[in-house]
Design a protein. Structure first.
Length: 301
């Protein structure tokens, strides 16, 4: 309740109420501690209604109080999560607090964490590590990679090669580079002639092979070994469609198919046709019949 101070006090006059003493400083009543007045405090004690002061309490602004000031205790901080700028989410052993720009948060890839392997580092991703690999940055993390262009020494070609990889063949002393899905000899001509009774493995277009057991020469083209100076077997076989078909020449180095004629017909020359030949009935042409008869007679003779 409000304190009833004396009217028209003189400077230095004191007033006691309960266990508190006030002194008039010529302008206002100020609270005294012991025999010492709280000078220059500019507190209107008539409006001070903050309750009873207790050890450890302090004066705190409180706009809802009549005086605007109240006695208040200091809250004891028990946990970090009670602090306004700390945000702890499921803490784990070994974590530290790290400021994220707006609050202190618990973090486990932070300084002070024990690192036992490369994969424990946040910007390193190790998968299927193998001998002679190295770390390469892929734009977001360091990842393990096989050495591109590294040389392998063995009697057989390395498995799963990459473009630019080198291989020294310990059997023949030759060095190869992997390019365009093929092992190409370094310093050699990929179109050089290979002499063997069996076709070279992993050939490339334009490669030449001399077959030593029959003397034939082939060139690799369109996924086939085509005999030089001869006709590809596949080309010949693909020309045939039915029984009786005949392969004939239609121009220089050009072949075509002449389908079988009907029963009783004979094959006769005819320069006006594409093949230079035609099937004809013997009975329909006296000259053709006579020629056929003479042919039969010659055979009989």
């Amino acid at each position: 309740m409000p304190i009833d101070f004396p009217n028209s006090p003189s400077n230095g006059e004191t007033f006691t109420s309960g266990d508190k003493t006030w002194t008039y400083n010529g302008t206002a009543w100020v609270l005294s501690i012991g025999s010492v007045a709280i000078a220059n405090a500019a507190i209107d004690v008539n409006k001070l209604d903050g309750g009873t002061a207790t050890n450890g309490y302090y004066l705190k602004v409180n706009t809802s109080a009549n005086s605007g000031i109240t006695w208040s205790s200091i809250s004891e901080v028990i946990n970090l999560t009670e602090l306004g700028d700390v945000n702890i989410a499921t803490p784990n052993s070994g974590q530290v607090l790290k400021y994220n720009g707006s609050a202190w948060v618990n973090d486990s890839d932070a300084e002070g964490t024990t690192i036992s392997t490369l994969n424990d580092i946040g910007d390193v991703t190790i998968t299927g590590d193998a001998t002679n690999q190295f770390l390469q940055y892929n734009g977001s993390a360091w990842v393990n990679q096989t050495v591109v262009g590294g040389a392998s020494v063995s009697s057989s070609a390395p498995g799963s090669p990459t473009s630019g990889q080198l291989w020294f063949d310990s059997d023949d002393g030759k060095t190869y580079v992997y390019y365009d899905s093929y092992w190409i000899e370094i310093g050699g001509n990929p179109q050089a002639v290979t002499i063997s009774d069996t076709a070279p493995s992993s050939p490339i277009t334009g490669q030449v092979w001399y077959k030593s057991d029959n003397g034939a020469t082939y060139i690799y083209y369109d996924s086939y070994w085509v005999e030089i100076g001869g006709t590809s077997t596949n080309v010949v076989l693909n020309t045939f469609d039915a029984k009786g078909d005949i392969i004939v020449g239609t121009a220089d180095n050009t072949i075509s198919k002449l389908s079988a004629g009907t029963d009783g017909q004979v094959l006769a020359a005819n320069s006006s046709t594409a093949t230079g030949l035609e099937w004809k009935q013997i009975a329909s042409d006296p000259l053709t019949s006579q020629a056929a008869a003479m042919f039969i007679m010659d055979i009989g003779a």
